[in-house]
Ligand binder design. Structure first.
Ligand code: TEU
Length: 545
């Protein structure tokens, strides 16, 4: 995969990006209408989450036809227009391939239900009786991971929602079908793919109960996963495209194998360990402040570990499954601008490919909903009930959802301060936070000191400076409790990045003399550098020599 290291990817959640027809949901024409905005930001690739036909139980991650456009998002012509218009602006499209499971509305599953043996073997069905579930595994959205079909006398596996049936990758016919999907979209001229939870595709030979966990250790990074990926990439001839795998609960060793060029699997991968540093006892639904030491440790291990063996990280804080980074790791109040910019520098100057999730470049925040009626996500609705069943009051459960719900990342893009943040002329499917009057793209496009202007600068710097796109990385100040610090270097240049992760001043002693270095970037005004100095709250500083 030549020439991707200076590129930046922008992620779009189409349902919430821009609504062109006033039905309250975003659509493909809406995306096309905002391409100039994206070109101005300087991004190279657009990853859109799924817009394929789907009953929308999981907002499009329950696909019922991989090679068509859901009418709620537009038509195939709209999609072709989007691809062509993006191409004119030097922007490539990346589509989201949800290949671990299909919707139970997919033709294959429907045929399986009607008794067709060929299609039953496309999924993971186990013979049995309703009183004996095959294993005790827990679905990622809560509840059992198996569903019984009385008419067939069989159970089927669903690691996610009950309407998302896991595909049987051991069946070569399934793999061939999926290669055809890739060939179909490649022929449309797109530039890359994102593969949803692709490290869960290889299931074990024997299904057994998990007495120490929820079952994930039996199917995560499973025994055939690397072989399946190699075969998929080679046979569908997508080795020259940009590919990113979403890796759930993965390991460093596996991610090296998924992404080292010699393995011929993927260009890069998402891992999520750094986004669990505020899960108390590893539980997403148990709140705590982010453990900053742990965060630093994880960045260090993954950056240096991937570098040592030629792996490549996708760099990100936000996506459609995550609360907003500025609300979670920064400060929505007094230091909103500073913390949003600091978080951006922290990852954009690392080794890997940065992803900007829609609205992140504006410093968009969590929604602060106060009633369960405001939520739409299946995971939030399920867990609200689970939390109540565990004895939480509804206030407590709502407080947890407000911090952790995936809907935080799914509120409409804040374009301007008009009705519904300029996202739709109708009623938005999910309400934007009130702060859109203040935080919006229009206001920030006119402000050279805005969060967006800072992101734009970071995107441009990655293209200008090889030390950012190609340089090596080494972490310093490893024991400092407040400051994330790393050095990037090539034969010709050196860069030092300091990020104060806290809202307090931080004293730092630079490792060697950087006094004469140039200030490349900062979120506070500063013109002198000393070997010993105080970083202001959330200050970030990039020095170049
Ligand atoms: O996400 C996979 C995933 O692991 C997270 O959704 C995780 O399960 C969740 O945050 C639980 O806390 C991908 C997609 O990004 C997500 O939107 C889909 O719902 C999921 O796969 C199923 O396709």
């Amino acid at each position: 995969m030549a020439d991707f290291k200076n590129k930046v990817v922008y992620q779009i959640y189409p349902k919430s990006f821009c609504d062109s027809n006033g039905d309250g949901e975003g659509d493909l024409k809406g995306i096309t209408s905002k391409l100039d905005y994206l070109q101005d930001l300087g991004v190279d690739l657009l990853w859109s989450t799924p817009f394929f036909p789907s009953p929308q139980r999981d907002n499009g991650y329950d696909v019922s036809d991989y090679c068509a456009v859901d009418p709620r998002f537009g038509t195939m012509e709209d999609l072709e227009e989007l691809i062509a218009e993006a191409d004119k602006r030097g922007i490539g499209l990346m589509f989201d391939m949800v290949f671990n499971h299909t919707s139970t509305q997919h033709e294959w599953f429907q045929k399986a239900l009607s008794g067709d043996k060929k299609y039953q073997d496309y999924y993971i069905f186990k013979d049995g009786t309703p009183d004996k579930i095959p294993t005790n595994w827990v679905s990622k959205f809560g509840g059992p991971a198996w569903e019984y079909v009385p008419g067939l006398g069989k159970w089927y596996l669903h690691l996610f929602d009950v309407t998302q049936a896991d595909l049987n990758w051991e069946n070569p016919e399934v793999r061939e079908e999926l290669k055809n999907v890739l060939r179909f979209w490649k022929a449309k001229g797109i530039k890359g793919f994102r593969f949803d939870v692709v490290n869960l595709i290889s299931k074990p030979e024997v299904y057994e109960n998990d007495y120490i966990g929820d079952g994930r250790r039996f199917y995560t990074d499973g025994h055939h996963v690397h072989g399946f990926l190699k075969e998929l990439v080679a046979d569908a001839e997508i080795g020259d495209m940009v590919t990113v795998g979403e890796m759930s609960s993965t390991s460093l060793d596996n991610c090296i194998r998924y992404t080292a060029p010699k393995e011929k699997e993927l260009t890069m991968c998402f891992s999520f360990h750094h986004l669990k540093v505020d899960y108390k006892d590893g539980d997403k639904w148990s709140l705590m402040k982010p453990d900053l030491r742990k965060l630093k440790e994880l960045f260090t291990t993954w950056q240096e570990g991937m570098q040592a063996q030629d792996g490549w990280n996708a760099l990100f804080w936000c996506n459609h499954d995550q609360p907003r980074a500025v609300s979670r790791f920064g400060d929505e109040g007094k230091y909103w601008v500073e913390s949003a910019k600091m978080l951006a520098s922290a990852i954009h100057l690392m080794r890997g490919t940065p992803y900007i999730y829609q609205g992140e470049e504006l410093g968009m925040t969590n929604h602060h909903y106060t009633s369960i009626d405001q939520y739409r996500d299946v995971e939030s609705l399920n867990y609200y009930q689970i939390l109540l069943d565990k004895g939480k009051t509804s206030e407590e459960a709502l407080e947890i959802l407000a911090a952790r719900s995936r809907d935080n990342g799914r509120t409409p893009m804040q374009w301007d301060d008009s009705h519904a943040a300029g996202f739709t002329t109708g009623t938005p499917w999910l309400a934007p936070p009130e702060n859109y009057h203040r935080i919006n793209a229009k206001a920030q496009m006119e402000d050279a000191a805005s969060v967006r202007a800072f992101y734009k600068k970071l995107v441009a710097l990655r293209k200008e400076l090889a030390v950012i796109s190609e340089g090596k990385i080494a972490f310093i100040l490893r024991d400092d409790p407040q400051v994330l610090a790393y050095r990037r270097y090539t034969d010709n240049a050196q860069m030092l990045v300091l990020c104060n992760l806290t809202g307090e001043n931080a004293e730092v002693t630079l490792p060697e003399s950087w006094e004469k270095a140039n200030i490349l970037l900062t979120n506070w005004s500063r013109d002198t550098i000393r070997d010993k100095m105080t970083l202001k709250p959330y200050e970030c500083l990039a020095l170049l020599k």
